[in-house]
Design a protein around this ligand. Sequence first.
Ligand code: KG4
Ligand code: ZN
Length: 342
Amino acid sequence: MAEEKDVLILAIESSCDETAASVVRNGREVLSNVISSQIELHKLYGGVVPEIASRKHIEKINQVIEEALTEASVTLDDLDAIGVTYGPGLVGALLVGVAEAKAIAYAKNLPLIGVHHIEGHISANYIENKELEPPFICLVVSGGHTHLVCVKGYGEYEIIGRTRDDAAGEAFDKVARAIGLGYPGGPKIDRLSKEGNPDAIVFPKAHISDAPYDFSFSGVKSAVLNFINGCNMKGEVYNNADIAASFQKAVTEVLVENAMKAVKEYGLSKFAIAGGVASNSTLRQAMKKACQEQGVEFYHPSSIYCTDNAAMIGVAAYYEYVKGTRHGWDLNAVPNLKLGER
Ligand code: KG4
Ligand code: ZN
């Protein structure tokens, strides 16, 4: 029997502040994963400035793609398809990746596959967990999204719950700013928490009565800000590490409780986390423990595949490629693209 030919996909990600390109073989093997981060630039402003992000993507994208091809030891002629994030995200930033992907696909007569950014985050779990296959429940926690998703099949998603206000990562970033840690706050709160007492301050955990899988993080964020203001007004000193640890505990507990409720309700034996906040050490430990207690297999990507990268887009693009998804030359950036929409 003839051996099946490898499928090589070049993937591009530029939805926020990382310009990234990757070559992925047969959906699960990452041959290269190049990320040019703009964090240092946006730090000056305390968050991502969309106009600056777009301009930097334009400057960096060709170089990043060339590096990804070189590192993978392939040329454009070896590729089978081009995958690209086309939403959700910052429109100007997305457009850079989409235009680049269209240009390469057109020039090389290759199939063009638009990928949903969240589908990418979820698919990051397939890279290092070769045995993982749907169905499973996935909690996607990033700077822009907090979604509890039932992954029914490759590219088949049911959104079970979502945040009603701030995303989990957004809450981390805002609390970090309030205690003077700077942007991006998630990793800094993660680190500082190790020196603090998670039971020092009781911050509220929001549960929404008619929607057990939804989240709300604006309350806990406001409670932290009120606590700091209260201390300042009374002239009381407060401990930043205790605030970080107590805030992190409140957020983690809600994420774990809702996620485990969903796993039980759907009767599935596999659970995964994804997105930037999925690299949080306390969240990982708490999820691992809760999964062990429920007899559920726990999956998570390495940190490099949690935050924005193009390898995850290449994985998602592969499964779309196999299903026959193809986009036309009219593919546009869709800043508020819904998961499961084409
Ligand atoms: O997935 P991502 O790179 O971008 C989006 O799609 O939004 O996620 C970035 C978010 C930021 O809010 C950042 O503070 C958060 O992920 N983050 C973390 C950690 N590492 C990154 N939050 C908590 N703990 C971490 N270790
Ligand atoms: Zn992301």
